[in-house]
Design a protein around this ligand. Structure first.
Ligand code: UDP
Ligand code: MG
Length: 318
């Protein structure tokens, strides 16, 4: 029997890119005629004609499921909805803008069928077309997060990958509200083959990631997959207490030996401000974790479906 590949495509304002994407994916799926295909397009609350485009496509291609959210829930939620509704033995996530080349699919599938790997992931080897400063921060982020978390996160890794059912089930099992896929993929483990490819510019439309959004996303990644920032808070507390003890000792001895001239207003102010700063910084770190816990505990749905063309779609997950 033919194996089925489910392709999950999160789309947010992709009306311009979708026709190109559909053409390419049709070509690739025709080429891979030893597999069945299921295309799950998740419309993440787009404000343009993405939904209409998807409806038109699904009318002529029965392999297409579209799931349209009630508002923009973010790419992570869109991918999660895709995973939950995918029925194939193999499941892939792919961007709609062709920055994740569909032409890599046959090679990826071949690795999985060989039985040696559970997942085939892709990695950009260059960052051409990206602002320098962004590349710089991206590299720094990967260096830091790999030092301080136990999830293995590869520099330049895309969300684009093909996985076996077992891995997808493990990912679904991780039902956390604050999702950071790059970390989740690494955390669940499994044998992964990395395929490098050259970065391509998006075919149409615009990227949804501003520098500020990326920065916040990377901080989220760190907080979701590492407790090290919390220990920074306690270690800096211990360090400062130690220093304070030394200073007290120094002042006592000086008082005994030389008396106590009144001096040092300026340095005192600096010290108070320094310690106050560290305290607020550490409280901020704790606050970050607390806010994540707050969101987890509320058990809000990851996404809410407004419209879909498949009856048995899982409409929300808590
Ligand atoms: N995307 C989404 N929801 C969002 C933002 C993005 O579903 O809130 C989708 C988008 O349509 C695209 C993919 O996620 O298919 C990657 O987005 P983009 O190309 O903007 O990111 P980049 O490639 O620049 O990292
Ligand atoms: Mg893109």
């Amino acid at each position: 029997m033919k194996k089925k590949i489910s392709l999950i495509v999160p789309c947010y304002n992709e009306e311009e890119a979708l026709p190109f994407f559909y053409k390419e994916i049709s070509r690739v799926s025709d080429e891979m005629n030893n597999y069945d295909f299921e295309l799950i397009f998740v419309d993440d609350g787009s404000k343009d004609k993405t939904l209409e485009t998807l409806q038109k496509l699904s009318a002529k291609d029965k392999r297409i499921t579209y799931i349209s959210f009630s508002r923009n829930f973010g790419k992570e939620a869109a991918m999660y909805a895709g995973f939950i509704n995918a029925s194939g033995e193999y499941v892939a996530v792919m961007d709609a803008d062709m920055q994740d080349p569909p032409s890599l699919l046959p090679e990826m599938a071949a690795y999985l069928t060989s039985g040696e790997y559970d997942s085939v992931a892709t990695r950009r080897v260059n960052r051409e077309g990206e602002p320098r400063i962004r590349s710089f921060f991206a590299r720094a982020f990967y260096r830091i997060i790999n030092k301080i978390s136990d999830a293995d996160i590869v520099d330049g890794a895309r969300d684009y990958r093909l996985m076996k059912r077992e891995m997808v089930d493990a990912i679904i099992e991780m039902g956390e509200y604050n999702r950071f896929s790059k970390g989740i993929y690494g955390w669940v483990g499994f044998k992964t083959k990395w395929l490098p490819f050259q970065n391509a510019e998006r075919i149409a439309g615009e990227t949804k990631w501003s520098f500020w959004k990326l920065f916040k996303y990377s901080l989220d990644g760190i907080i979701n997959f590492s407790q090290v920032p919390l220990s920074i808070a306690s270690w800096s507390g211990i360090l400062l207490t130690g220093i304070a003890l030394l200073i007290i000792l120094f002042i006592c001895i000086r008082k005994l030996l030389f008396g106590d001239p009144v001096a040092g207003w300026a340095s005192l102010t600096c010290i108070i401000m320094f310690i106050g700063g560290i305290q607020l910084f550490c409280m901020g770190i704790i606050g970050q974790y607390l806010s994540k816990m707050y969101l987890e505990i509320k058990k809000r749905p990851h996404y809410i479906v407004r419209q879909t063309n498949r009856e048995d779609t899982v409409k929300k997950v808590q």
